[in-house]
Design a protein around this ligand. Structure first.
Ligand code: NAD
Length: 354
């Protein structure tokens, strides 16, 4: 390995790690990941009540707190050696195009968390940014050129959500430049996998399409409505690659205050993704296209030149493998809910604007 990311840090297994947003998809998986690595002191925090978390890892201190309040951030990071901030009010395109104010208000979480982490003397601070921070003018064609880290500027980010990510990235960079707290910034590209949102309005394309296929199987109505014309392209990163990548990025000195793509570089169209899910389910759907639905940019892919160079690694779980696991999990959730068994995903609320 060119730059051994693990050797770069001196973190001990009994140092306190704080993970924000842990009732959600990625931070929930990250909590389990560090627990499985043998870390004995993990504090997981989310504003959702505990029964609504997708995963709760046994032995982890799990707290329900609103991190848009500064005092709660102070309590959250007390004694922390490392802080992973993945808390955000977010969802798929349907959510981020409709609730821009909510997305922008995540800046409260990010400004308060980084200040509290700094004052608590945390050594390392991780921020989950997004490919939505990239200039949207570069994403108007389904046959896109993959996005390089330098493509965020000149800035023309996704309205609301993307701009909030950009400004929070800048906070991370200035806390390093001015105050010498080591900050790390990963720009995630579409993460998918079990234990994430699969219905209710915040779900993203892989989960939403999988649910639609499962519903169709169940009802015998083989119809599926696809948002947009289906030609829009994306890359999708499996959750296990995401948690591994976060760990490697956070512990790589070369990446201090340096945004880096964390995503798959395997581009697929939404139509191809539907075909794959049909294949997994053993069903053929009648497709209709809703051209008025939110569809996001025409194409988006991750240029992984930089991550390959720095970490000698890139997300590599084949889409088919990850989608089979995702399909199996959503199918079970669907069956459980139908049988009247409680499923946390059903409880995820949408914002109320009044
Ligand atoms: P998620 O919605 O499943 O998890 C986010 C969690 O943050 C939720 O459980 C939510 O309750 C919590 N949260 C929101 N406001 C809070 C507050 N005020 N205080 C405490 N907790 C709060 O989303 P995710 O997919 O796990 O995303 C995690 C991070 O990764 C986010 O920052 C997101 O913007 C970023 N990201 C995700 C993707 C993706 O494809 N999932 C892509 C790019 C970036």
């Amino acid at each position: 390995m060119k730059d051994n990311p693990i050797a770069a840090t001196t973190i001990n297994k009994d140092d306190l790690i704080v993970i924000a947003g842990a009732g959600g998809f990625i931070a929930g998986a990250l909590t389990r990941y560090f627990h499985d690595q043998g870390f004995t002191r993990i504090r997981a925090i989310d504003k959702k009540p505990l029964p609504e978390w997708y995963q709760r890892t046994p032995g982890v201190e799990s707290l329900s707190m609103d991190l848009s309040e500064y005092d709660n951030c102070v309590r959250a990071v007390e004694g922390a050696r490392e802080v992973y901030n993945l808390a955000a009010d977010m969802g798929g395109m349907g959510f981020i195009e409709r609730f821009r104010v909510e997305c922008l208000r995540s800046v409260l979480i990010n400004t308060h968390m980084i200040e509290a982490a700094y004052r608590a003397g945390a050594e390392r601070y991780f921020f989950s940014s997004s490919a939505c921070a990239y200039n949207t003018d570069l994403q108007q064609d389904p046959n896109v050129r993959a996005l390089r880290e330098s493509d965020a500027y000149p800035a023309m980010a996704e309205r609301g959500y993307g701009w909030e990510k950009l400004i929070s990235e800048m906070f991370c960079q200035e806390y390093w430049a001015e105050r010498r707290m080591k900050t790390f910034i990963a720009r995630f590209h579409n993460v998918y996998g079990p234990n994430g949102t699969w219905d209710g309005g915040r779900e993203k394309a892989p989960a939403a399409l999988t649910r639609k296929v499962i519903e169709a199987q169940d009802t015998g109505d083989n119809a599926i409505t696809i948002w947009g014309d289906g030609h829009q392209t994306r890359s999708f990163m499996y959750i296990d690659d995401c948690t591994k990548g976060i760990d490697m990025i956070m512990h790589c000195e070369r990446l201090i205050a340096t945004p880096i793509n964390l995503g798959s570089s395997h581009l697929v169209s939404i139509n191809d993704l539907v075909t794959m899910i049909e294949d997994i389910a053993g069903i053929k759907m009648n497709r209709t296209y809703d051209l008025t639905a939110p569809r996001g940019v025409a194409g988006r892919n991750s240029d992984n030149t930089f991550i390959r160079e720095v970490l000698d690694w890139e997300p590599n779980t084949p889409l088919r493998v990850g989608m089979e696991r995702t399909y199996a999990w959503i199918k079970q959730q669907y069956a459980d809910r139908k049988a009247g068994i409680y499923t946390p995903a059903a409880e995820t609320g949408m914002p109320s604007t009044h």
